[in-house]
Design a protein around this ligand. Structure first.
Ligand SMILES: Cc1cc2nc3c(=O)[nH]c(=O)nc-3n(C[C@H](O)[C@H](O)[C@H](O)COP(=O)(O)OP(=O)(O)OC[C@H]3O[C@@H](n4cnc5c(N)ncnc54)[C@H](O)[C@@H]3O)c2cc1C
Length: 418
């Protein structure tokens, strides 16, 4: 047993776990973070770093399933379900399919929109108050189209999100290029999302970790959690390859790996890994000033002073750890269709990560019902960087008993009987 027992043990040092740790430290709790690798090195590392209330519509939307089925055998499709016999994935997909109706899409958008708006302001406040040097910028984002029919079809989704307070400016092709000169002549239209923002996720995580340590938090890297000791309706200890850790409260922030470890606690967390890729370059000369989503190809392009990244694609294929060349090439091909200069002079990193996807596209935040001292902070899907600070705040409020900043009910683990 590690001798000094903190108030709170945070399991998992991604953006979500680190943000939880930081808010708890701000509230005067002593905190230890445990990660089996380096903090911030998993899914929180090579993502696109966009902060996007504009993405309030869930992945489960009318038509998505038909697209996914059509693309099943297409290895470079933006959304792909790999044909395989995996009962957990099949069960998840059935639940996902049940949510692909217009009514359900609207219901989830109504929940996500206020969460994301609050997430956006909370993140900016955290970056400023903790002076996190992470290239945070509030220049908005754009979604652009090359296909006039796809652009026309997109208006309904934009109108839906606008009903919940997240409006976008509709632009024709020339207006898109005027706003973002890195786009080429093929763009027919798009949207400008003024309230969106961006940051460099690797720097954000490094800075969160710095702030955690500066406030007296302990971080144990290269420490793999293997199991739990449970007694009296609570987690008494967490077993790792560096001995046991214990605390009054335990925050479970293990991203895509949450279901594996939660099974040992008899919790069936409905998360599937949604694999995405990115390629990072040094900055091209004609680098986008603001993040742009190249809609038909579902590729996100983010430029920072420190570099340039093409990212995205979503693949449900379990924990397949191959760096798939076809899917990486699809990012480059997509970028070449829309951008004057689609790649930077030097390629720095090819990467993949597993988004922790819930089928209702909402995070799982709050106390587990059967274990008194266990709080879940997982299932952030495609928006874990965006939602990191608000998740940290809500988890801190749940543990300290402070009044919640936002109605936590839609995010509670109890919706999945956890
Ligand atoms: C291609 C791509 C692009 C994306 N773009 C964006 C974007 O633009 N904006 C946005 O908001 N989000 C984006 N996301 C989503 C975002 O990256 C995730 O939602 C977020 O990183 C999840 O954070 P997390 O802390 O929950 O998980 P992670 O960062 O994965 O952290 C979980 C941690 O748990 C640790 N762990 C796991 N098992 C164990 C164990 N047994 N013992 C100890 N530690 C363990 C891991 O090492 C890891 O550090 C993107 C994702 C991808 C893949």
């Amino acid at each position: 047993m590690n001798s000094r027992q903190p108030d709170v043990l945070v399991l998992g040092g991604g953006a979500v776990g680190l943000a939880c740790a930081l808010y708890l430290l701000q509230a005067g709790r002593s905190v230890t973070v445990i990660d089996r690798g380096k903090v911030g090195a998993a899914t929180s590392h090579g993502n696109c770093g966009t902060i996007t209330p504009s993405h309030a519509m869930p992945l489960a939307a009318p038509g998505v399933l038909a697209d996914a089925l059509r693309w099943m055998l297409k290895k470079d499709a933006p959304l792909r379900i790999a044909p395989r016999l995996d009962f957990a994935l099949l069960g998840w997909l059935v639940q996902f399919a049940r949510r692909c109706s217009a009514d359900e899409c609207r219901r989830i958008t109504a929940i996500k929109a206020p969460l994301l708006l609050r997430a956006r302001s909370e993140l900016e406040a955290l970056v400023q108050s903790e002076r996190l040097a992470c290239e945070f910028a509030t220049l908005g984002t754009m979604n652009v189209y090359r296909d006039a029919r796809a652009f026309d079809k997109s208006h309904a989704a934009v109108a839906l999100v606008a009903q919940f307070g997240i409006s976008a400016q509709t632009l024709d092709g020339d207006a898109c290029r005027a706003r973002e000169p890195a786009l080429n002549g093929s763009i027919v239209g798009g949207y400008f999302n003024a309230n969106d923002a961006q940051l460099r996720p690797e720097s954000y995580c490094a800075e969160l970790a710095r702030a955690v340590v500066a406030r007296g938090g302990e971080i144990h890297e290269d420490t793999a959690i293997g199991g739990f000791r449970v007694g009296g309706g609570r987690v008494e200890a967490v077993a790792t390859d560096h001995g046991e850790f214990a605390a009054r409260d335990i925050v479970f922030a293990l991203g895509s790996w949450s279901p594996q470890l939660a099974r040992q606690l008899d919790l069936r967390i409905p998360i599937q890994p949604g694999k995405g890729y990115s390629i990072t370059y040094t900055r091209p000369q004609t680098c986008p000033r603001i993040p742009v989503v190249l809609k038909e190809r579902a590729v996100c392009v983010t430029g920072w002073e420190s570099g340039f990244r093409l990212g995205s694609t979503m693949e449900f294929a379990g924990f397949d750890a191959t760096l798939n060349r076809t899917r990486l090439d699809a990012l480059k091909r997509g970028a070449a269709e829309y951008l004057i200069e689609p790649e930077g002079p030097s390629m720095l990193e090819e990467w993949y990560g597993w988004r922790p996807m819930t089928y209702d596209d909402l995070p799982i935040l709050g106390p587990a019902t059967a274990l008194r001292n266990l709080v879940l902070a997982t299932g952030h899907g495609m928006l874990g960087i965006t939602m990191s600070a608000i998740s940290g705040r809500l988890i801190c409020e749940s543990i300290t008993g402070a009044p919640p900043s936002l109605d936590p009910a839609p995010f509670l683990p109890s919706r999945f009987n956890l």
